[in-house]
Design a binder for this molecule. Structure first.
Ligand SMILES: [Zn+2]
Length: 473
C-alpha cells in the first residue's frame, strides 16, 4: 500500500492494522481507541503533563457537563460554539429545567470556579490543566483522529494579574507545545491566526499547523490570550496590593492528542505502516527468534536471555516467540506497528553472542555485541529521532511555495501546497482567496518577523502581512 499514492486509504489501513482506533463504533464521528493507539495517546499526554506541571500547572478534572447559563455568559464564545454543541435536555422521562451541554472546551465550566478560588493577588497566577475528551457536533465530513465529534485533548487555563503576565504565559505555552512536538519529531508552523479566525472570545490566537500528505494542514495545538474578556463575563476579580478590585487576565491553550497522533502517523509512516519515535512507542524493541534446524533450543534460550538484558536496561521490549508464525510474518506485523528497532536472533547471533538490529525508519541492519547492547540501542534511538525530525522538517520546507498573484496561488493550491503570500489584511481579500482558489488564510508567522515584499495578492493594494494559505482540516 503506497502512502503517497493514496494517503486516505493508507491511513485507514494503518489505523486498522496497527490497532490505533476503530471507527466502526455505531455513532458517527465517535471512535474507539484500541490498545496500541491508546498507549501512544497516554504517552503523548504524559510528556505534555510533565512539562505543564514543571511550569506550575495543577492537574484538575472538571465535569463533562456545563449548564446553559454559564455557557451563555461570554457573548462571542457562544456565537463561536453554539452551532456545534450537544445538548442534554432530558433525564429519564423528565425535561430538564436547566439544560446542559457537553463541553466543547471548558472555559465556561472553569470560570465560575475561578471566581470562587481567586480572591487576592496572592492567588495569582493560577494555572490548571486537564486531559479529557471534548464534544463538538462537526458538520463537515468526519475523519478518524483528524475530525471527530468527540476528541481527546489536553487543555490548560491560567489566570494572571495583568495582560503582560498573561502574555508571558502565552509565550510559555507556545514553548511547552514546541517541546512536545519536537520530542515527537514533528515539524510545524507557529502562526498567529487572522482576526476572523481567532478563538471565540480571545484577544488573539496562536496555532501550530502542520503539513499532511493530502495537502490539508492539520492544526495540532492552539494558544490563546483571552485578555479580560472571560474574567469580565464571569466576574473573576482579585484584590491588588493597594486594596483595589481588578479583573484577572487569562489564557487558555489546547493540544489535540488525537490530531497529534494523526500527525505522527502521517509524517513518519511509510509503505510498511507506522513508524514511531521511540519516546512514545508502547514497545521500543521487538525480538524475533529465527530458529534453524538443530538450533531451536539454543536460539530460544538466547532470545530469553536477550529479552532479560534489554528489559533490565530499561527498554520496553516484546519477545515474539510464537511458534505458529514464521519470522517473515512477524517482521511484517511489527513493521506495521512501527516498533523502532527489531532484534533478530539466529544461530549466528547465538554463536557470537551478538544481536542483529534492524531500524524501522530506514530498515537498515547492523550488528552489535550483547555486551553493551542497551547502550547501542539507545544510540540508535537517537539516530532514528534525528532522522525522523529531519525528514519531517525538510518535507515541511518543500511543501511551502510562494505566489505573487491569484493565478499562481490557484496553481499551487491545486498542487496542494502551503503558500506564502502578501495580504492587505482586509476580510474581502481573504474572502476572495477562499472563494476563488479555495485557500484559507492560516495566519502569519508568530516566531519570526516576515515583511511583505510586494502588494496584496488579491487587491494589489499595500500589503501589511505575509500569510500562509492552504486547505485545512
Ligand atoms: Zn487586499
Amino acid at each position: 500500500m503506497e502512502k503517497d499514492e493514496n494517503f486516505s486509504e493508507w491511513f485507514d489501513r494503518v489505523l486498522r492494522e496497527a490497532e490505533i482506533v476503530d471507527d466502526r463504533y455505531p455513532v458517527k464521528g465517535f471512535v474507539v481507541y484500541r490498545g496500541w493507539g491508546y498507549e501512544i495517546a497516554r504517552r503523548i499526554a504524559s510528556i505534555l503533563e510533565e512539562l505543564l506541571e514543571e511550569d506550575g500547572h495543577q492537574p484538575v478534572l472538571f465535569p463533562t457537563v456545563i449548564p446553559e447559563d454559564a455557557f451563555r455568559r461570554e457573548a462571542e464564545h457562544i456565537a463561536g460554539f453554539s452551532g456545534e454543541v450537544f445538548w442534554i435536555t432530558h433525564a429519564g422521562e423528565r425535561r430538564l429545567e436547566r439544560r446542559l451541554i457537553l463541553r466543547p472546551t471548558s472555559e465556561t465550566a472553569i470560570y465560575p470556579l475561578f471566581k470562587l478560588w481567586i480572591r487576592s493577588h496572592a492567588d495569582l497566577p493560577l494555572k490548571i490543566h486537564q486531559t479529557c475528551t471534548v464534544y463538538r457536533y462537526e458538520t463537515k465530513a468526519t475523519r478518524p483522529l483528524y475530525r471527530g465529534r468527540e476528541f481527546l485533548w489536553n487543555e490548560a487555563h491560567t489566570a494572571h494579574v495583568d495582560f503582560e503576565d498573561a502574555e508571558r504565559q502565552v509565550k510559555k505555552g507556545v514553548e511547552i507545545y514546541s517541546k512536545v512536538f519536537d520530542k515527537l519529531c514533528l515539524s510545524y508552523l507557529i502562526l498567529r491566526r487572522p482576526e476572523f479566525d481567532k478563538f471565540a472570545g480571545a484577544v488573539y490566537s496562536i496555532a501550530f499547523d502542520t503539513w499532511n500528505p493530502d495537502g490539508k494542514v492539520n492544526q495540532i495545538g492552539t494558544v490563546h490570550h483571552l485578555g479580560e474578556n472571560f474574567a469580565r463575563a464571569f466576574d473573576v476579580t482579585y484584590e491588588d496590593p493597594t486594596g483595589r478590585q481588578r479583573y484577572a487576565s487569562t489564557t487558555c491553550y489546547g493540544l489535540g492528542i488525537s490530531r497529534t497522533i494523526a500527525a505522527v502517523i502521517a509524517h513518519h509512516g511509510d509503505d510498511h505502516g507506522l513508524v514511531l519515535p521511540p519516546v512514545i512507542a508502547p514497545k521500543q524493541v521487538v525480538i524475533v527468534p529465527i530458529p534453524m534446524k538443530g538450533y531451536e533450543e539454543a536460539v530460544a534460550e538466547y532470545a530469553v536471555e536477550v529479552e532479560g538484558v534489554l528489559s533490565e536496561g530499561g527498554l520496553r521490549v516484546i519477545l515474539d516467540d510464537d511458534p505458529k508464525r514464521r519470522p517473515g510474518e512477524k517482521f511484517y506485523k511489527w513493521e506495521m506497528f512501527g516498533i523502532p528497532v527489531r532484534v533478530e536472533i539466529g544461530p549466528k547471533e547465538v554463536e557470537g553472542r551478538t544481536l542483529t538490529l534492524v531500524r524501522r525508519d530506514t530498515l537498515e541492519r547492523c550488528e552489535t555485541p550483547l555486551d553493551g547492547a542497551v547502550e547501542a540501542i539507545r544510540v540508535l534511538f537517537k539516530e532514528i529521532e534525528e532522522n525522523l525530525r529531519e525528514r519531517s522538517w525538510s518535507r515541511l520546507r518543500s511543501e511551502i511555495g510562494e505566489a505573487s498573484n491569484l493565478e499562481e496561488l490557484r496553481r499551487l493550491m491545486e498542487e496542494r501546497r502551503i503558500v506564502r503570500v502578501n495580504w492587505c489584511g482586509s476580510d474581502e481579500c481573504a474572502e476572495r482567496m477562499k472563494e476563488e482558489v479555495a485557500g484559507e488564510i492560516r495566519g502569519m508567522r508568530w516566531d519570526e518577523e516576515e515583511t511583505p515584499t510586494g502588494p496584496c495578492i488579491a487587491c494589489g493594494g499595500e500589503a501589511l502581512y505575509v500569510v500562509y494559505v492552504s486547505r485545512a482540516y
